[in-house]
Structures are given as C-alpha cells and as structure tokens.
Design a protein around this ligand. Sequence first.
Ligand code: G6Q
Length: 554
Amino acid sequence: MTTLTRLAAWQSLQQHHEQIADAQMKDMFGADPDRFNKFSLSAAGIFLDYSKNRIDESTIPLLLGLARERGLQESIAAMFQGDAINSTEGRSVLHTALRNRSERPVMVEGSDVMPEVRSVLARMRSFSDSVRESTWRGCNGDAITDIVNIGIGGSDLGPLMVTEALDRYSHPRLKMHFVSNVDGSHIVSTLDKLEAETTLFIIASKTFTTQETLANAHTARQWFVDQTGKADGIPKHFVALSTNRSEVEAFGIDAANMFEFWDWVGGRYSLWSAIGLSIALAVGMDRFEELLSGAHAMDEHFMTAPMEANMPVILALLTVWYNNFFGANSHLIAPYDQYLHRFPAYLQQLTMESNGKSVTRDGEAVDYATGPIVWGEPGTNGQHAYFQLVHQGTHLIPADFIVPLESLNPVGDHHAMLLANCFAQTEALMRGKTAEELAIEMKQQGASDAEIARLRGHKTFAGNRPTNTLVLGTVDAASLGALIALYEHKVFAESVVWGINAFDQWGVELGKQLAKTIYAEIGAAQHLTQHSTGHDASTNGLINMAIKRRTLVS
Ligand code: G6Q
C-alpha cells in the first residue's frame, strides 16, 4: 500500500463512500431546499454549481482533510513562488508568471522574470499591431491576409482552441490557419488556399526540434520560395516562437523575428507566452491581455481563497471522489457553446498529459487510479450522439457542463433553447425516471399495461449521475482566460493529491524517439528495396507493406 491509501483521511473517505454510495441526489435535494446555495460558488466571473454531485455535508470536509494531509496548500504556494516542482526535469512551473498582472516579482534562480515577460509582451504588441494595421507588409509590399501557425501539441492546441473560441472578435482581414499533423495532406491542403505574398508563417516550437513541426516548416518555406522566387522575402513571412535561439537561426529565421519564452513554461501551459502570438494577431493584443487578466484573476483566487471555497480545489476533489472511490475512470466535458468546440480536445491534452502517470513523484508505482480519460463534444450535438451512454450505459461518467448566460449571436429563441437543453440534461442525469413515473407518462399517452411492462426496462433511467455546471456571463477573452486557468489549477490540485508530477511528459518524449528507427527504414529512397527483419512479425510485416507500396509508386 502506498502512503496515500494508508492515510486516515483516505480510509475515512472509503467508509463515507460505503455510507453514501446508494443515496439518491434527488432525495438530498428534496430534504434540503438550500442545497443549491450550499454547493455553489463564484470566482473570477465563473459560477460553479456542484450541487448535483453525490455528496452530503460531510463529503467536502473529508476530501479537504485528504488535501490537507497531502499538503495541497503548501504545494500551491511552492508552484507560485517558483520552486522546481517539475522534479524529473528540474524545472519551475511558472505559466502563472506569464499572466501576472500584479507588480509582484516572480523569482527564478534568484532573478525576477517579470521584466523579460513584459518585454516579450511588448514585442508581441508591436508586431501584432503592425500586421493588423498593415504597416507590416509582405515581400511585394502587400498587407498580410493569412496567418499559418505551424506547431503541434502544446504549440498548437491552446492557440487553436482560443482563436476558435474568440473568433467573434477576430480581425476581419486576417484568416487563421493551424497546421500540426505531419500528414502532408494537412500542409498541402492549407497551402492550396493561400497566396504566398500575403501569408505569414509562425513556426511555434518550444524545442525547435520536433519532427512534425520542422517537416511542415521546411515544406512551407520551400513552397514560399517556389511561389515567390524570393528567398530574401523569408524575413517578412516567417517568424519563430521558441526557447531555442540556435535552432531557430539554423532553420534560417533571424533572431529579430523570434519571440522568446523560457523552459519554466510547459508546452501545454504555453498559450499565455509567445506561443499565443497567433491569438494576439487574430484578436489584438488588448484582448490577449484580457485573456491574461482573466487567468490572473483565477490565479489569485486559487492562491488565496480558503480551500473550502476554492473552485479549482473543489473540482479537483470531486474528480478524486469519483475516480478513486466510485471507480469512475472517465470525465465528460460538454461545452454548451459552439465557440468552445475545441475546448474538450484542448483539455484532453492538459489533463491526460499532465495526470496520465502511474508512479509517484518518488518513482513508486501507485496502487490507486490517477488521471481519468477526458473526452467530449459540444452540446446540444452530444445529446444526439454519445449522451445515450451517459444516461443509460453501465459506466458512471461525471460530467462538466459549461454554458454562457448570454449568446454572442442572439437570434430568435436559439439561446433559450440552448440553455434549456443544458439545464434539462443535468436535471435528467440527476433525477432519472422511475418505473412509476414511466407508467404514468405512458398511460397518459394511451399505452396498455402490457406495453408499459414490455418497455419498462428500456425507458427507465437510474439517474444519480453527477454533473457540475459552470456558468459564464458570455464567452469573452477574460472569462475564457479564467476558465482555462481554472482547469489548469484543477489538474495540478489533483496531481498533488495523487502525489504525481503533472508537469513532465515522458510518454510524449517516447513518441518523439520511436518513429526514428522505422523512418530510417521506410523514409529514404535508397532503403526502398530493403526488407525489414529487425522487429516483431507485425511491425516487420507493416514496414514491408509500406516499402513495397512505396517502391511501386516511386
Ligand atoms: C506539452 C508537450 C507536447 C509539446 C509538443 C510540441 O506539454 O510537451 O505536447 O508541446 O510535443 O513540442 P515543441 O513545442 O517543442 O515543438
């Protein structure tokens, strides 16, 4: 048994789970008219209703006891003050410094990083203003019309999600494109739509060694030179976002066109850094700074609010509750807002790369579940697809519903319908439908007793399925910043309870190494006639199929 499962707080939660496992939320609502007020809170412009959870008044105190025993409050302080909490990489974790809107210094190895952070923000402002206002011009003197962000993982998902979410505020002339996949179809189909003379490429890579990004960047540069015949036009059309100056220069991008960030910014936490340049170009630097301010407001809340009224902490503890005591191993994210359609994909990386770990910070194997599988799609679409399993399947799937009170595109009754669907789903998941309720409903519709009996099992709903509802005023830069920061901190708080390092990603590094050997076998023309025998039969067979096909088409 690990330390975690031996803790008194853990054992108390196990006993509490046995007591509460069969309790029905609808009965709890019936017994306590104040439940909504008791189990809801506001922070940084976000309202959280967590009353539709399988908790009573003793659950959160017990979970908070666990958090205390794991030193959560101390770990939060350690992160904000720049301790090297990413222990396997020996790094501080300071994405919060990137959005520090206060005058407080943030120290890394004895020096304040804030002057450098502000200096890069100022360069991002001046560059994005010049492109937006057409004072930055391409090699033929034309204004930029299209911007292509080439990056992958953390250098793609965050900026892509945010530019989609804030599309309502985007510059009318500038069209944003994101190329991530090494599949040539991604870059080719993007370039097909573009004019080289009016396109700006942003090469976004923290390390500037990522295979996919460099392959796409080289293809884009070759295309640009082929289209324009002007290799000397590259400085007007290529900029880099990176921590690796020498590799940026080796690629042929002048350091003057590089926007820097630092190794204390993790890839999946980097949209607040220079990696957010595409966001600043799309919506303007003022809005980018509103995004930072929204996140900063959530940072202040996370740092200072008491644990029992701390939104990221409450959400994290609820995930621990279901993951470790109810055996729920997935978590649904259902944004009821079309602009947030990439939010679940973004959260998949944030959550699963951070907490997809099976050893503790000391390298001991865990004997409890860590990060759940995160998935989702926007509502109401999801209701016509995967919601069936959430309502009547055999798995318990806790869900977060995210909805703005106000639409950015008010038209007819659409928003009232959207809100109604969102709230109705959480109500139905909580209440379910009993056989008696079904019988009354079917009788009113004229069904016979035999018909009611035949369909009883199919048309009843067990209910008691937990949801959180996160309500925003509207989807704007500040509320989006707060929402993203909320989940970043939730994920961190979970990792502290589980005793794992949320900030490394050795599985991603493995992916970066693995393809190299096989690429050497199938990638180069001189190898095309060779026959692979160095792997298992399956891998050899697949490689040889590829070699054969490539030989035929070459
Ligand atoms: C994120 C991961 C990973 C990373 C990409 C791209 O936390 O480390 O998704 O962002 O592999 O890496 P580069 O930015 O170095 O190209």
